[in-house]
Design a protein around this ligand. Structure first.
Ligand SMILES: *Cc1c(COP(=O)(O)O)cnc(C)c1O
Length: 439
Protein backbone atom coordinates (compact mmCIF):
# COMPACT_ATOMS: atom_id res chain seq x y z
CA UNK A 1 0.00 0.00 0.00
CA UNK A 2 1.37 3.44 -0.86
CA UNK A 3 1.58 5.95 1.95
CA UNK A 4 -0.98 8.19 0.23
CA UNK A 5 -3.60 5.52 0.87
CA UNK A 6 -2.95 5.95 4.58
CA UNK A 7 -3.08 9.74 4.39
CA UNK A 8 -5.23 11.76 6.77
CA UNK A 9 -5.45 14.50 4.15
CA UNK A 10 -8.47 14.56 1.92
CA UNK A 11 -7.67 15.22 -1.77
CA UNK A 12 -8.98 18.80 -1.50
CA UNK A 13 -6.89 19.64 1.55
CA UNK A 14 -3.29 19.65 0.21
CA UNK A 15 -0.47 21.73 1.77
CA UNK A 16 -2.70 24.70 2.66
CA UNK A 17 -4.93 22.18 4.40
CA UNK A 18 -1.94 21.01 6.44
CA UNK A 19 -1.50 24.56 7.78
CA UNK A 20 -5.17 24.85 8.66
CA UNK A 21 -5.41 21.95 11.16
CA UNK A 22 -4.26 24.10 14.11
CA UNK A 23 -6.83 26.89 13.67
CA UNK A 24 -9.56 24.39 12.74
CA UNK A 25 -8.82 22.34 15.86
CA UNK A 26 -8.53 25.34 18.21
CA UNK A 27 -11.88 26.67 17.01
CA UNK A 28 -13.60 23.50 18.21
CA UNK A 29 -11.49 21.99 21.00
CA UNK A 30 -9.87 23.70 24.04
CA UNK A 31 -6.28 24.41 22.96
CA UNK A 32 -6.98 22.42 19.80
CA UNK A 33 -6.00 19.27 21.67
CA UNK A 34 -7.45 16.28 23.50
CA UNK A 35 -4.90 16.48 26.37
CA UNK A 36 -3.27 19.77 27.52
CA UNK A 37 0.48 19.03 27.20
CA UNK A 38 0.02 18.44 23.46
CA UNK A 39 -0.72 22.15 22.96
CA UNK A 40 2.98 23.08 23.64
CA UNK A 41 1.74 25.61 26.19
CA UNK A 42 4.72 24.78 28.42
CA UNK A 43 7.28 25.66 25.73
CA UNK A 44 5.37 27.98 23.40
CA UNK A 45 4.81 27.54 19.68
CA UNK A 46 2.42 25.54 17.55
CA UNK A 47 2.07 21.78 17.80
CA UNK A 48 2.51 19.77 14.62
CA UNK A 49 -0.16 17.37 13.39
CA UNK A 50 0.84 13.75 12.93
CA UNK A 51 0.35 11.77 9.76
CA UNK A 52 1.90 8.48 10.94
CA UNK A 53 4.60 6.87 13.07
CA UNK A 54 7.42 4.57 11.93
CA UNK A 55 9.78 2.95 14.46
CA UNK A 56 11.43 5.86 16.33
CA UNK A 57 9.99 8.48 13.95
CA UNK A 58 6.87 10.55 13.62
CA UNK A 59 5.91 11.95 10.21
CA UNK A 60 3.83 15.13 10.34
CA UNK A 61 1.15 16.21 7.87
CA UNK A 62 3.75 18.30 5.99
CA UNK A 63 5.87 15.19 5.46
CA UNK A 64 8.54 16.20 8.02
CA UNK A 65 10.21 13.26 9.83
CA UNK A 66 10.89 13.76 13.53
CA UNK A 67 12.95 11.51 15.78
CA UNK A 68 10.49 10.96 18.64
CA UNK A 69 11.32 10.79 22.36
CA UNK A 70 7.72 11.39 23.46
CA UNK A 71 6.49 8.01 22.22
CA UNK A 72 2.88 8.74 23.11
CA UNK A 73 4.07 9.58 26.66
CA UNK A 74 5.17 6.04 27.40
CA UNK A 75 3.14 3.22 25.86
CA UNK A 76 5.25 2.70 22.71
CA UNK A 77 8.15 0.71 24.12
CA UNK A 78 8.67 -1.11 20.80
CA UNK A 79 8.49 2.10 18.73
CA UNK A 80 5.67 3.30 16.48
CA UNK A 81 3.55 0.72 14.66
CA UNK A 82 5.61 -2.37 15.59
CA UNK A 83 4.77 -5.25 13.21
CA UNK A 84 3.64 -7.86 15.78
CA UNK A 85 1.33 -5.39 17.55
CA UNK A 86 -0.13 -4.05 14.30
CA UNK A 87 -0.74 -7.59 13.06
CA UNK A 88 -2.45 -8.72 16.27
CA UNK A 89 -4.59 -5.58 16.53
CA UNK A 90 -5.56 -5.76 12.84
CA UNK A 91 -6.57 -9.39 13.16
CA UNK A 92 -8.64 -8.50 16.23
CA UNK A 93 -10.33 -5.61 14.38
CA UNK A 94 -11.40 -8.03 11.67
CA UNK A 95 -13.08 -10.22 14.31
CA UNK A 96 -15.07 -7.31 15.78
CA UNK A 97 -14.43 -4.09 17.68
CA UNK A 98 -16.24 -4.81 20.93
CA UNK A 99 -18.37 -7.64 22.28
CA UNK A 100 -19.76 -6.70 25.68
CA UNK A 101 -18.72 -10.19 26.76
CA UNK A 102 -15.43 -11.64 27.99
CA UNK A 103 -12.79 -12.59 25.40
CA UNK A 104 -9.78 -14.92 25.72
CA UNK A 105 -7.15 -12.18 25.27
CA UNK A 106 -8.30 -10.55 28.54
CA UNK A 107 -7.40 -13.73 30.37
CA UNK A 108 -4.14 -14.13 28.45
CA UNK A 109 -3.06 -10.54 29.15
CA UNK A 110 -4.06 -10.85 32.83
CA UNK A 111 -1.99 -14.05 33.10
CA UNK A 112 1.01 -12.32 31.53
CA UNK A 113 0.80 -9.36 33.94
CA UNK A 114 0.28 -11.53 37.03
CA UNK A 115 3.26 -13.72 36.10
CA UNK A 116 5.52 -10.65 35.83
CA UNK A 117 4.29 -8.91 39.02
CA UNK A 118 3.90 -11.23 42.02
CA UNK A 119 2.14 -8.52 44.08
CA UNK A 120 -0.66 -8.48 41.51
CA UNK A 121 -2.60 -11.65 42.32
CA UNK A 122 -5.83 -10.57 40.55
CA UNK A 123 -6.75 -7.53 38.50
CA UNK A 124 -9.48 -5.60 36.68
CA UNK A 125 -9.01 -3.99 33.27
CA UNK A 126 -10.16 -0.40 32.71
CA UNK A 127 -9.64 2.13 29.89
CA UNK A 128 -7.01 4.51 31.26
CA UNK A 129 -4.52 5.17 34.02
CA UNK A 130 -6.94 7.68 35.52
CA UNK A 131 -9.61 5.03 35.92
CA UNK A 132 -7.06 2.63 37.42
CA UNK A 133 -6.00 4.99 40.24
CA UNK A 134 -9.54 6.21 40.85
CA UNK A 135 -10.76 2.64 41.26
CA UNK A 136 -7.79 1.49 43.34
CA UNK A 137 -8.50 4.27 45.85
CA UNK A 138 -12.14 3.24 46.01
CA UNK A 139 -11.03 -0.28 46.90
CA UNK A 140 -8.55 1.05 49.47
CA UNK A 141 -11.23 3.18 51.13
CA UNK A 142 -13.67 0.28 51.14
CA UNK A 143 -11.10 -2.13 52.57
CA UNK A 144 -9.99 0.18 55.38
CA UNK A 145 -13.22 2.05 56.07
CA UNK A 146 -11.08 5.23 56.07
CA UNK A 147 -11.20 8.35 53.92
CA UNK A 148 -7.81 10.07 53.87
CA UNK A 149 -5.39 9.56 50.95
CA UNK A 150 -1.72 10.53 50.99
CA UNK A 151 0.05 11.45 47.75
CA UNK A 152 3.27 13.27 46.86
CA UNK A 153 3.64 16.65 45.19
CA UNK A 154 4.65 16.29 41.56
CA UNK A 155 3.23 12.76 41.32
CA UNK A 156 0.44 12.63 38.76
CA UNK A 157 -2.15 9.91 39.10
CA UNK A 158 -4.66 10.99 36.48
CA UNK A 159 -7.23 13.77 36.42
CA UNK A 160 -9.97 12.60 38.78
CA UNK A 161 -10.93 14.86 41.68
CA UNK A 162 -9.26 13.05 44.59
CA UNK A 163 -5.80 13.07 43.04
CA UNK A 164 -5.62 16.31 41.08
CA UNK A 165 -3.80 17.96 43.96
CA UNK A 166 -0.20 19.16 43.37
CA UNK A 167 -0.16 16.85 40.40
CA UNK A 168 3.00 17.39 38.33
CA UNK A 169 3.71 17.90 34.63
CA UNK A 170 0.53 19.08 32.90
CA UNK A 171 -0.74 21.00 35.91
CA UNK A 172 2.75 22.21 36.87
CA UNK A 173 3.52 23.42 33.36
CA UNK A 174 0.25 25.31 33.20
CA UNK A 175 0.72 26.77 36.67
CA UNK A 176 -2.53 25.33 38.03
CA UNK A 177 -1.39 22.93 40.74
CA UNK A 178 -4.99 22.46 41.89
CA UNK A 179 -7.69 22.34 39.23
CA UNK A 180 -10.70 24.61 39.32
CA UNK A 181 -13.85 22.60 39.81
CA UNK A 182 -12.48 20.28 42.50
CA UNK A 183 -14.60 20.85 45.66
CA UNK A 184 -12.59 21.89 48.71
CA UNK A 185 -14.38 19.19 50.72
CA UNK A 186 -12.97 16.54 48.39
CA UNK A 187 -9.50 18.09 48.22
CA UNK A 188 -9.45 18.01 52.03
CA UNK A 189 -9.46 14.20 51.86
CA UNK A 190 -6.12 14.21 50.03
CA UNK A 191 -2.85 15.21 51.69
CA UNK A 192 0.08 15.99 49.39
CA UNK A 193 3.60 15.72 50.84
CA UNK A 194 7.05 16.38 49.33
CA UNK A 195 8.48 13.40 47.39
CA UNK A 196 11.51 11.72 48.98
CA UNK A 197 10.86 13.32 52.38
CA UNK A 198 10.31 10.52 54.90
CA UNK A 199 10.12 12.85 57.90
CA UNK A 200 6.94 14.60 56.79
CA UNK A 201 5.34 11.20 56.13
CA UNK A 202 6.32 10.03 59.61
CA UNK A 203 4.83 13.18 61.11
CA UNK A 204 1.55 12.76 59.24
CA UNK A 205 1.23 9.12 60.27
CA UNK A 206 1.96 10.06 63.89
CA UNK A 207 -0.84 12.66 63.80
CA UNK A 208 -3.48 11.10 61.56
CA UNK A 209 -2.40 7.49 60.95
CA UNK A 210 -5.76 6.00 61.91
CA UNK A 211 -7.55 8.13 59.26
CA UNK A 212 -5.31 7.12 56.34
CA UNK A 213 -6.81 4.67 53.84
CA UNK A 214 -3.87 4.62 51.45
CA UNK A 215 -0.57 6.09 50.40
CA UNK A 216 -0.36 6.35 46.61
CA UNK A 217 3.01 6.96 44.97
CA UNK A 218 4.81 6.83 41.64
CA UNK A 219 7.63 4.48 42.71
CA UNK A 220 9.80 6.28 40.17
CA UNK A 221 8.26 9.69 39.59
CA UNK A 222 7.83 10.48 35.91
CA UNK A 223 5.41 13.39 35.89
CA UNK A 224 7.70 16.08 37.36
CA UNK A 225 10.35 14.78 34.99
CA UNK A 226 12.07 11.57 36.02
CA UNK A 227 12.78 11.73 39.77
CA UNK A 228 14.23 8.60 41.33
CA UNK A 229 13.15 7.43 44.79
CA UNK A 230 15.88 8.13 47.36
CA UNK A 231 17.26 5.01 49.05
CA UNK A 232 14.82 3.99 51.78
CA UNK A 233 11.96 6.30 50.72
CA UNK A 234 9.64 3.64 49.29
CA UNK A 235 10.64 1.14 51.97
CA UNK A 236 9.68 3.69 54.67
CA UNK A 237 6.30 4.31 53.05
CA UNK A 238 5.53 0.60 53.10
CA UNK A 239 6.67 0.28 56.72
CA UNK A 240 4.72 3.32 57.97
CA UNK A 241 1.54 2.40 56.08
CA UNK A 242 1.61 -1.21 57.29
CA UNK A 243 2.10 -0.12 60.90
CA UNK A 244 -0.93 2.19 60.64
CA UNK A 245 -3.21 -0.29 58.85
CA UNK A 246 -3.17 1.79 55.65
CA UNK A 247 -2.68 0.37 52.16
CA UNK A 248 0.19 1.09 49.78
CA UNK A 249 -0.78 1.79 46.17
CA UNK A 250 2.01 1.87 43.60
CA UNK A 251 0.97 3.86 40.57
CA UNK A 252 3.00 2.03 37.93
CA UNK A 253 1.01 3.44 35.02
CA UNK A 254 4.27 4.81 33.61
CA UNK A 255 6.86 2.51 35.22
CA UNK A 256 5.03 -0.82 34.73
CA UNK A 257 6.85 -2.85 32.02
CA UNK A 258 8.89 0.36 31.40
CA UNK A 259 11.67 0.27 34.01
CA UNK A 260 11.72 -3.53 34.05
CA UNK A 261 9.56 -6.61 33.48
CA UNK A 262 8.26 -6.45 37.08
CA UNK A 263 7.97 -2.65 37.08
CA UNK A 264 9.53 -0.45 39.74
CA UNK A 265 8.28 -2.83 42.45
CA UNK A 266 10.31 -5.65 40.89
CA UNK A 267 13.33 -3.37 40.52
CA UNK A 268 13.21 -2.38 44.21
CA UNK A 269 11.93 -5.71 45.56
CA UNK A 270 8.79 -4.22 47.14
CA UNK A 271 5.26 -5.58 47.54
CA UNK A 272 2.51 -2.94 47.36
CA UNK A 273 -1.06 -3.87 48.31
CA UNK A 274 -2.48 -2.46 45.07
CA UNK A 275 -0.83 -1.63 41.73
CA UNK A 276 -2.08 0.59 38.89
CA UNK A 277 -1.02 -0.05 35.32
CA UNK A 278 -1.71 1.40 31.83
CA UNK A 279 0.52 2.75 29.02
CA UNK A 280 2.88 -0.14 28.07
CA UNK A 281 0.30 -2.87 28.84
CA UNK A 282 -1.96 -1.30 26.19
CA UNK A 283 0.68 -0.70 23.50
CA UNK A 284 -0.95 2.63 22.59
CA UNK A 285 -4.56 1.47 22.91
CA UNK A 286 -6.76 2.83 25.74
CA UNK A 287 -6.00 0.26 28.47
CA UNK A 288 -5.51 0.48 32.20
CA UNK A 289 -5.63 -2.05 35.02
CA UNK A 290 -5.63 -2.13 38.79
CA UNK A 291 -4.84 -5.19 40.82
CA UNK A 292 -3.19 -6.58 43.89
CA UNK A 293 -3.87 -8.84 46.83
CA UNK A 294 -6.68 -11.34 46.23
CA UNK A 295 -8.53 -10.38 49.41
CA UNK A 296 -8.65 -6.75 48.21
CA UNK A 297 -9.70 -7.55 44.64
CA UNK A 298 -12.50 -9.75 46.03
CA UNK A 299 -14.13 -6.50 47.14
CA UNK A 300 -14.72 -5.49 43.50
CA UNK A 301 -18.14 -6.06 41.89
CA UNK A 302 -19.56 -8.56 41.10
CA UNK A 303 -17.70 -10.46 43.86
CA UNK A 304 -17.88 -7.62 46.36
CA UNK A 305 -19.48 -4.28 47.25
CA UNK A 306 -17.09 -1.90 45.39
CA UNK A 307 -18.83 -0.93 42.17
CA UNK A 308 -16.66 -0.34 39.12
CA UNK A 309 -17.55 -1.03 35.49
CA UNK A 310 -16.79 -0.13 31.86
CA UNK A 311 -18.66 -0.60 28.58
CA UNK A 312 -15.40 -0.86 26.65
CA UNK A 313 -13.14 -2.26 29.40
CA UNK A 314 -11.14 -5.29 28.27
CA UNK A 315 -11.79 -4.24 24.68
CA UNK A 316 -10.74 -7.10 22.36
CA UNK A 317 -8.59 -4.94 20.03
CA UNK A 318 -6.86 -3.26 22.96
CA UNK A 319 -6.26 -6.60 24.72
CA UNK A 320 -4.82 -8.14 21.53
CA UNK A 321 -2.45 -5.17 21.09
CA UNK A 322 -1.29 -5.24 24.71
CA UNK A 323 -0.82 -8.99 24.69
CA UNK A 324 1.19 -8.81 21.45
CA UNK A 325 3.42 -6.09 22.92
CA UNK A 326 4.13 -7.99 26.16
CA UNK A 327 4.72 -11.15 24.11
CA UNK A 328 7.22 -9.33 21.89
CA UNK A 329 8.99 -7.90 24.96
CA UNK A 330 9.21 -11.49 26.18
CA UNK A 331 10.70 -11.00 29.66
CA UNK A 332 13.42 -9.34 31.78
CA UNK A 333 16.23 -9.59 29.18
CA UNK A 334 14.57 -6.96 26.98
CA UNK A 335 15.22 -4.30 29.61
CA UNK A 336 19.01 -4.77 29.68
CA UNK A 337 19.16 -3.68 26.08
CA UNK A 338 16.61 -0.88 26.60
CA UNK A 339 18.51 0.49 29.61
CA UNK A 340 21.75 0.39 27.61
CA UNK A 341 20.17 2.60 24.92
CA UNK A 342 18.84 5.00 27.54
CA UNK A 343 22.26 5.05 29.21
CA UNK A 344 24.02 5.85 25.92
CA UNK A 345 21.73 8.83 25.33
CA UNK A 346 21.86 10.07 28.94
CA UNK A 347 25.64 9.77 29.22
CA UNK A 348 26.03 11.42 25.83
CA UNK A 349 23.94 14.38 27.00
CA UNK A 350 26.04 14.68 30.18
CA UNK A 351 29.24 14.73 28.12
CA UNK A 352 27.80 17.39 25.80
CA UNK A 353 26.63 19.49 28.76
CA UNK A 354 30.15 19.46 30.18
CA UNK A 355 31.68 20.24 26.78
CA UNK A 356 29.45 23.27 26.26
CA UNK A 357 29.52 24.34 29.94
CA UNK A 358 25.77 23.95 30.32
CA UNK A 359 24.86 22.36 33.67
CA UNK A 360 22.72 19.27 33.01
CA UNK A 361 21.47 16.40 35.15
CA UNK A 362 19.99 13.33 33.47
CA UNK A 363 18.29 10.92 35.90
CA UNK A 364 17.30 7.69 34.14
CA UNK A 365 16.12 4.15 34.68
CA UNK A 366 14.98 1.49 32.20
CA UNK A 367 13.50 3.32 29.21
CA UNK A 368 12.80 6.66 30.93
CA UNK A 369 14.91 9.77 31.52
CA UNK A 370 14.71 13.55 31.86
CA UNK A 371 17.21 16.22 30.83
CA UNK A 372 17.12 18.80 33.62
CA UNK A 373 19.05 22.04 33.28
CA UNK A 374 20.48 21.94 36.79
CA UNK A 375 23.67 20.90 38.60
CA UNK A 376 21.96 18.03 40.38
CA UNK A 377 19.08 15.68 39.70
CA UNK A 378 15.95 16.98 41.50
CA UNK A 379 14.62 14.97 44.44
CA UNK A 380 11.21 16.69 44.62
CA UNK A 381 8.76 18.91 42.73
CA UNK A 382 10.20 22.01 44.42
CA UNK A 383 13.67 21.10 43.11
CA UNK A 384 12.30 20.27 39.65
CA UNK A 385 10.62 23.69 39.56
CA UNK A 386 13.93 25.33 40.48
CA UNK A 387 15.66 23.98 37.31
CA UNK A 388 16.28 26.34 34.37
CA UNK A 389 12.97 26.16 32.51
CA UNK A 390 13.76 29.00 30.11
CA UNK A 391 16.85 27.12 28.94
CA UNK A 392 14.70 24.02 28.55
CA UNK A 393 12.32 25.94 26.26
CA UNK A 394 15.21 26.98 24.03
CA UNK A 395 16.54 23.41 24.05
CA UNK A 396 13.12 22.03 23.06
CA UNK A 397 12.72 24.39 20.10
CA UNK A 398 16.35 23.93 19.05
CA UNK A 399 15.89 20.16 19.00
CA UNK A 400 12.62 20.44 17.08
CA UNK A 401 14.44 22.58 14.52
CA UNK A 402 16.99 19.76 14.19
CA UNK A 403 14.21 17.21 13.64
CA UNK A 404 14.05 15.79 17.18
CA UNK A 405 10.77 15.78 19.12
CA UNK A 406 11.74 16.09 22.80
CA UNK A 407 8.90 16.21 25.40
CA UNK A 408 7.34 19.71 25.27
CA UNK A 409 7.69 20.44 29.00
CA UNK A 410 10.60 20.53 31.45
CA UNK A 411 8.50 18.24 33.68
CA UNK A 412 7.91 15.38 31.28
CA UNK A 413 9.85 12.16 30.92
CA UNK A 414 11.59 11.31 27.65
CA UNK A 415 11.04 7.75 26.48
CA UNK A 416 13.49 5.46 24.70
CA UNK A 417 12.09 2.47 22.82
CA UNK A 418 13.55 -0.69 21.31
CA UNK A 419 13.27 1.09 17.94
CA UNK A 420 15.79 3.76 19.04
CA UNK A 421 18.85 2.05 17.56
CA UNK A 422 22.45 3.27 17.65
CA UNK A 423 21.86 5.47 14.63
CA UNK A 424 18.85 7.15 16.25
CA UNK A 425 20.74 7.77 19.50
CA UNK A 426 23.73 9.14 17.54
CA UNK A 427 21.56 11.54 15.55
CA UNK A 428 19.80 12.74 18.72
CA UNK A 429 23.22 13.44 20.26
CA UNK A 430 24.43 15.23 17.10
CA UNK A 431 21.36 17.47 17.32
CA UNK A 432 21.89 18.06 21.06
CA UNK A 433 25.56 18.96 20.36
CA UNK A 434 24.47 21.81 18.08
CA UNK A 435 21.63 22.94 20.32
CA UNK A 436 23.59 22.88 23.61
CA UNK A 437 26.41 24.84 21.89
CA UNK A 438 23.86 27.58 21.15
CA UNK A 439 22.41 27.81 24.69
C1 LIG B 1 -0.13 8.75 32.53
C2 LIG B 1 -0.27 8.52 33.97
C3 LIG B 1 -1.54 8.43 34.58
C4 LIG B 1 -2.82 8.72 33.85
O1 LIG B 1 -3.05 7.79 32.84
P1 LIG B 1 -4.15 8.18 31.70
O2 LIG B 1 -4.19 6.93 30.87
O3 LIG B 1 -3.57 9.37 31.00
O4 LIG B 1 -5.41 8.47 32.38
C5 LIG B 1 -1.60 8.07 35.92
N1 LIG B 1 -0.49 7.84 36.61
C6 LIG B 1 0.75 7.95 36.07
C7 LIG B 1 1.94 7.65 36.91
C8 LIG B 1 0.89 8.30 34.74
O5 LIG B 1 2.11 8.43 34.23
Amino acid sequence: MSSSQHSNLQPTEGAAGADAWGPRGRALMPGGVSSPVRSFKGVGGEPFFVERGEGPYLVDVRGRRLLDFVMSYGPLILGHAPAPVVAAASAAVARGLSFGAPNPDEVRLAERIVSAMPAVERLRFVNSGTEATMSALRVARAATGRRLVVKFSGCYHGHHDSLLIRAGSGAATLGVPDSAGVPAELAALTVSLPYNDVETVERLFAERGSEIAAVIVEPVAGNMGTVLPAPGFLESLVRLARAAGALVVFDEVMTGFRVGWGGAQGWRGLTPDLTCLAKVIGAGMPVGAYGGRSDLMELVAPEGPVYQAGTLSGNPVAMAAGLAQLTAIGGPDFYEDLAARTEALAQGLEVLGARHRVPVAVPRVGGMMTLFFADQAPQSMAEAEATDRERFRRFFHGMLGEGVFWPPSPFETAFVSAAHDERAIASALAAADKVLASL
